[in-house]
Write a protein that binds this ligand. Structure first.
Ligand code: ASP
Length: 437
């Protein structure tokens, strides 16, 4: 039962955590391929190695010498290697990396070196082969990840190696230049490797016991989710539940490999399983699997009388967004009204231009801008074909005095999304949580 394990930044943060990780790996012979992140924070105010590496890149780009910042990374790795009692010549690796950052023009190269060094050290600790992902995880010139090509390269390489440690987070373009995934991307690397070696399970080791039904910073002591489907995970992580990188689902989902989120610091806890829809336990008592939400949305409310009879009205509006390179989240509509819900990040610097172009292409009676909106997603397969879920949700919000500014249910009935004023956000999440749990 082959397992791929990915260990996150807190699991690689210092020698003590790394020792706990090696016990976990060595306690199970099935844990054959290990993917690691760069050392993360050891305490709240600490700095992540990846953040320091980005700072080194900026320093080198402006002065040609990153040594003042790099010293922190140097000390960090030297301390890890000496506390682990390894004979590894880490200085020569560090010199090579520092030199590379001073000479390289790429911030991706700099950022990738945390995972690289972490994997070199952990391979030495375990006595496993270090396999660099640099030439195995490939991207096209447009930056698009080449899934099938990568899959072939990794499976051919690892077929010949029984145990290996691999750095997460990066790969390269066809000309060999390093390219990273977006932040938190080692999760994606672990999923890609799981697919390539046909793992029975992808263990994603982090510093929490798994997925919670709601954000613990908002809801006191929310319940754990023992099992959820890939689809439910996608909905929840897209809407802000950030235990796992949202893109890490695709490779394992394709191969039907379950993901098991586990806690390095409490390894006996079962954690959360993420499985295919057909494999999830039919827990009929659980209507809602989880609740997640995000702040920072703006609504553009467009009104025009007789809008519903005007052919191509929506297309013209959406082509304005397309030309501006802006994606929208929702588009609720009435007979003479149409609203666009767009994240503030997408809109940044483009709002005036969008309104101007909408006025030009559809001559609306009015376009109003309502900012400061939050979206809350209530997610669960069991909501489908069950009367009363939306009623429970809206009743909970109304009895807490919260006005629903938008409501949208996906046609698969997997989610109900409500838009509320951001000042009501925390109160709304609590109201929905307590209505269902
Ligand atoms: N080290 C990278 C980051 O901090 C990638 C990862 O940890 O997954 O984003």
């Amino acid at each position: 039962m082959l397992k791929v394990c990915k260990f996150g930044g807190t699991s690689m943060a210092d020698a003590q955590a790394i020792t706990a990780v090696s016990k976990i790996v060595l306690s199970d012979n099935d844990r054959r391929y290990i993917v690691v992140s760069a050392p993360g924070k050891r305490f709240k105010q600490d700095e992540k190695v990846t953040d320091l590496l980005y700072a080194c890149y900026r320093e080198a780009a402006s002065t040609g010498d990153c040594s003042k910042i790099f010293i922190k990374i140097r000390e960090r790795f030297k301390e890890i290697v000496s506390d682990l009692g390894l004979t590894l010549d880490i200085e020569s690796y560090l010199n090579q990396v520092e030199d590379g950052i001073n000479r390289s023009a790429s911030s991706d190269y700099a950022a990738s070196r945390g995972e690289y060094l972490s994997a070199v050290v952990f391979a030495a600790k375990l006595g496993y082969t270090f396999v660099d992902t640099e030439q195995l995880v490939k991207f096209g010139e447009d930056g698009i990840f080449l899934a099938d090509y990568t899959n072939d390269l990794i499976s051919a390489k690892l077929k010949k190696i029984k145990n290996a440690v691999l750095p997460g987070f990066y790969g390269s373009y066809s000309d060999g230049r390093i390219k990273t995934f977006s932040r938190g991307g080692s999760d994606v690397s672990g999923a890609i490797i799981s697919r390539a070696v046909g793992a029975a399970v992808y263990e994603n080791w982090t510093d929490v016991n798994g997925f919670l039904t709601a954000d613990p910073r908002i809801v006191e002591n929310p319940k754990m989710i023992d099992c959820l489907s890939y689809k439910e995970l996608r909905e929840l992580s897209y809407m802000g539940a950030n235990v796992l990188h949202p893109e890490s689902i695709f490779p394992v989902r394709l191969a039907g490999i379950p993901i098991n989120i586990k806690n390095t610091f409490e390894p006996s806890n079962k954690g959360t399983f993420i499985v295919a829809e057909s494999k999830r336990p039919l827990n009929k008592d659980r209507v809602v699997t989880g609740i997640a939400g995000k702040k920072g949305f703006t609504v553009l409310a467009i009104e025009k009388s007789m809008m519903n009879g005007e052919k191509g009205f929506c297309r013209k509006i959406l082509s304005v967004l397309e030309h501006k390179g802006v994606s929208f989240e929702h588009m609720p509509s009435g007979i003479d009204t149409l609203s666009l819900v767009i994240s503030d990040e997408e809109l940044s610097g483009k709002l005036e231009g969008i309104i101007h172009d909408i006025r030009n292409v559809v001559s609306p009676d009015s376009v109003e801008v309502h900012s400061g909106m939050s979206l809350i997603a209530t997610v669960g397969h069991n909501m489908a074909n069950r009367a009363g879920t939306a009623a429970t949700l809206t009743a909970a919000l109304s009895s807490s005095g919260i006005n629903i500014r938008m409501i949208d249910q996906g046609s698969s009935e997997l989610n109900i999304i409500v838009g509320v004023d951001s000042s009501d956000y925390e109160k709304a999440i609590n109201a929905v949580y307590h209505a269902f749990y």
